[in-house]
Write a protein that binds this ligand. Structure first.
Ligand code: GLC
Length: 534
């Protein structure tokens, strides 16, 4: 088994949505000096890396996911000097820095696109996907759709052709088949790696290539037009594998760099195919975000993922991110946060890199936005069926101060009114808080190699209520027992562990080691119990 430590494999990655994390200059938008000022907090929490959602200049149609310059910092977040300072100070705290690279599409305000749309013979024309339909100029080139609503093609009157956009029409897709585009994209990895960035999160990377012949996607049943087709020709094209290998080669030219890919629309099987030796270090597994509060579902996700990954690939788990309702909201977590402790107990002890999303550690809930408050164009488009993603993007709740201590100005998105009771300051002071439980879990994880690198060995479980598993290395066995229900319940440890001696590493319900009687471990309702075999 692996012994050498590797930050991205053994550590915990914390996602920051910079707009909403900490505002240092009172303009209502979080920024880089704001993040730097919170490094102490992050180091105390015990995470190993921060992933920053995009900080490149952007007109913010999709809040940073529409980039207009890949090699610069958006002035609303600060300067390049602020960025260098953040990286330097993060490293002093042993915190690695991961940037979000949005390379499938640019902003329509990117100089490349402005050039590209200016005329058919502009040298940048072929940097994007321009087409026409021989059957008539007002017919789109094929049936591809945009996930954000409507056709995937936008007609340009001036040059009488259509360009493709998988997302908003202000996010034209790049033509990765053009060698100049490909070379430019690769130079972006080098640019940031040279500045000391430790890793990259690749936004919708399996979208980079589209079918060379632009064939129609075949139909299937679905509610939205986007779902009424199999995304056979606009996603997961075979050429992508070569790119994944090229990215890996570049990163392997630097010490301990990392890339995690966001596989858009694909299940765990596709995600698994893109990661491993010579490919990306990891691809996200989002299955936890679709599970109900039920141990059977989580266990199935884990076993499916373990079965799909090759021996040398490393799993990861995500409960929250900037695109989905927060877990506290999804699981209708009671206000005492005990259920969230169980969720954290699982996420941070499985075999795989855990990703946390800021605010998760204090149990932030989604805000509810009215029509007039919506910021996310997705919500504007689909209201009232889909209110968009603002719910999980509200300002980080630091204190009871005005606007949750996030800003001295007026925040770009309102804070959740529960910040008065739910914030970092209050939870730091309460030994039983969710925040202190996360800190304790992260300490236990760091101190016990089995929880980082150990094998995952599921024990018998009761599909309605409990999940128990071992994490094992040659030298260490840790037992994790999780009670998903409110009732007391017993976990059967099985004959091999009948006579084992245990030491309590952590529980949210007890201070001393529980008795294991005739191979049964009794758990309290909502209990996370982590034991070390002696
Ligand atoms: C990814 C991002 C999402 C963004 C989209 C387009 O899915 O997570 O926030 O809107 O890509 O870049």
């Amino acid at each position: 088994m692996q012994n050498k430590t590797l930050w991205w494999r053994d550590g915990v990655i914390y996602q920051i949505y910079p707009r909403s994390f900490a505002d240092s200059n009172g303009d209502g938008i979080g920024d880089l000096p704001g993040i730097t000022a919170k490094l102490e907090y992050l180091a105390d929490l015990g995470i190993d890396a921060i992933w920053l959602s995009p900080i490149n200049p952007s007109p913010d149609v999709d809040f940073g996911y529409d980039v207009s310059d890949y090699k610069a910092i958006d002035p609303k977040y600060g300067t390049m000097a602020d960025f260098d300072d953040l990286v330097k100070k993060a490293h002093q705290h042993n915190i690695h820095v991961i940037l979000d690279l949005v390379l499938n599409h640019t902003s329509d305000q990117h100089p490349w696109f402005i050039q590209s749309r200016s005329s058919r013979d502009n040298p940048y024309r072929d940097w994007y996907l321009w087409r026409e339909n021989p059957k008539g100029k007002h017919l789109p080139p094929n049936n591809w759709q945009s996930i954000f609503g409507g056709k995937g093609w936008e007609y340009d009157e001036k040059t009488e052709q259509w360009y493709f956009h998988m997302f908003y029409k202000q996010q034209p897709d790049l033509n990765w088949r053009n060698p100049a585009v490909r070379a430019e994209m690769m130079s972006i990895f080098r640019f940031w790696a040279d500045r000391g960035v430790d890793g990259f999160r690749l936004d919708v990377f399996n979208e980079y290539y589209k079918d060379a012949e632009f064939r129609d996607n075949p139909p299937k049943w679905g509610i939205r037009p986007f779902d009424q087709q199999k995304h056979m020709h606009d996603t997961d094209q075979p050429e992508m594998m070569g790119i994944v290998e090229e990215i890996r080669k570049i990163l392997d030219g630097y010490p301990e760099r990392y890339a995690v890919g966001e596989t858009f629309m694909s299940g765990a099987d596709k995600a698994a195919a893109y990661c491993g030796p010579g490919k990306l270090h990891a691809t996200f597994n989002f299955s936890f975000m679709h599970n109900f509060w039920n141990p059977a579902g989580f266990l199935k996700s884990v076993l499916d993922w373990e079965a799909l990954l090759t021996e040398d690939s490393w799993p990861n788990y995500v409960m929250n991110n900037h695109d989905n309702p927060r877990s506290a909201t999804r699981y209708r977590a009671p206000e005492n946060d005990e259920r969230l402790k169980v969720a954290a107990g699982m996420l941070l002890t499985l075999r795989g890199t855990p990703f946390l999303y800021s605010g998760e550690e204090i149990g932030m809930r989604d805000i509810s936005v009215s029509r007039s408050e919506i910021q996310d164009p997705l919500g504007l488009h689909y209201w009232p069926f889909n209110k968009g993603r603002d719910g999980c993007r509200s300002p980080m709740q630091w204190s009871t101060a005005r606007y949750a201590g996030f800003t001295n100005g007026k925040p770009w998105l309102k804070a959740h009114p529960n910040f008065i009771k739910r914030n970092v300051e209050l939870q730091k002071a309460d030994p039983k808080s969710l925040l202190n439980f996360y800190c304790a879990l992260l300490r236990v994880r760091r101190a016990n190699p089995a929880l980082q690198q150990g094998m995952f060995v599921p024990l018998t479980y009761n599909p309605q209520q409990i999940l128990g598993y071992l994490r094992q290395t040659a030298d260490q066995t840790v037992l994790v027992a999780l009670n998903f229900g409110k009732r007391k319940v017993k976990l059967a440890l099985g004959p091999r562990l009948n006579d084992a001696n245990w030491e309590l590493l952590l529980s949210n319900k007890r201070e001393t080691t529980p008795k294991v009687e005739r191979g049964w471990l009794q758990l309290m309702g909502d209990e996370v119990c982590i034991l070390l075999q002696k």
